[in-house]
Design a protein around this ligand. Structure first.
Ligand code: NAD
Length: 266
């Protein structure tokens, strides 16, 4: 059975959605988890609930675009939990609209949050994880991309371009860290449409770009695009992340994992 006993994880964007589910699943598998988010009120509240449930979780306020925030969160993870084995680079934003509607500012903003975060996260975490690689220590980094980082979707070009960068950043880091002997695995996860606050934005975007008349119709359109005929749950993504974080995945690096009900297989 999977176990994350004696492992320490850091999860970004952990106040809600996929990140919050991930924190809970990692902690229930035995990991000590530093949950981070730019929204300290929501993040602290989510963590308090888990602590009250007996889980070993702490919170650090953290904007993933800022190098000093990365340094501070990783330092407090080391001080509180004594190591860092797993990084889930989950925080991200979605800006929709057609390519002709998008402004340069929007494109830059989505790149900044979704791609700078991956660079800073991998850099800060790997510099800690690589210490002790010769003694068999190392780490697992999981980067959240999207089906929109694999295939074209109307209204998703700015977001999808940023998630395409996440996909390739993952592969370059995996090859480099592997060849340099760091013993750090790096993989990307590509969710389909998942029921979160961001998922709601994507439904609205389907209406805005004219692919559906109402939010309910947008949900039906997306279900039709999905061979399994349903929307995804946060747990569907958390289960994949758990596997990649664990030693069960110890020969897997530089790979991409779609969790999309078959949307991108067509
Ligand atoms: P969400 O919008 O529900 O939650 C995102 C969290 O990230 C929020 O708590 C927010 O406060 C935090 N955040 C935003 N900007 C931040 C910043 N600069 N620094 C730190 N935290 C910040 O999103 P979600 O649906 O849970 O998505 C999580 C990840 O999965 C994202 O990378 C997203 O792109 C990806 N994804 C989501 C879907 C989907 O359908 N929901 C599909 C594919 C990929």
């Amino acid at each position: 059975p999977l176990s994350l006993e004696n492992k320490v994880a850091l999860v970004t964007g952990a106040a809600t959605g996929i990140g919050a589910s991930c924190v809970e699943h990692l902690a229930r598998m035995g990991a000590k988890v530093m949950a981070t988010d730019i929204d300290s009120a929501a993040g602290q509240k989510a963590v308090n609930n888990l602590v009250n449930d007996g889980l070993n979780v702490a919170f650090s306020q953290h904007d993933v675009c800022l190098e000093e925030d990365w340094n501070r969160s990783v330092k407090s993870t080391l001080e509180k939990f004594g190591g860092l084995d797993i990084l889930v680079n989950n925080a991200g934003i979605y800006i929709g609209g057609t390519l002709l509607e998008n402004s340069l500012e929007e494109v830059r903003r989505v790149q900044q949050v979704n791609v700078d975060s991956i660079f800073l996260g991998m850099k800060t975490a790997a510099s800690v994880m690589k210490i002790g690689a010769e003694a068999g220590k190392g780490g697992s980094i999981i980067n959240l991309s999207s089906v929109a980082g694999l295939i074209g979707v109307p209204g998703h070009s700015a977001y999808g371009a940023s998630k395409g960068a996440v996909r390739l950043y993952t592969k370059h880091a995996a090859v480099e860290f592997g060849k340099l002997g760091y013993n750090i695995r790096v993989n990307s996860v590509h969710p389909g449409l998942i029921k979160t606050a961001m998922g709601e934005q994507a439904f609205q975007d389907f209406v805005d770009v004219g692919l559906a008349a109402t939010i309910d119709e947008a949900k039906e359109v997306i279900k039709t695009m999905t061979p399994l005929g349903k929307l995804g749950e946060v747990e569907d993504i958390a289960q994949m992340i758990l596997f990649l974080a664990s030693d069960a995945a110890n020969f897997i690096t530089g790979a991409e994992f779609t969790v999309d009900g078959g949307m991108s297989a067509q």
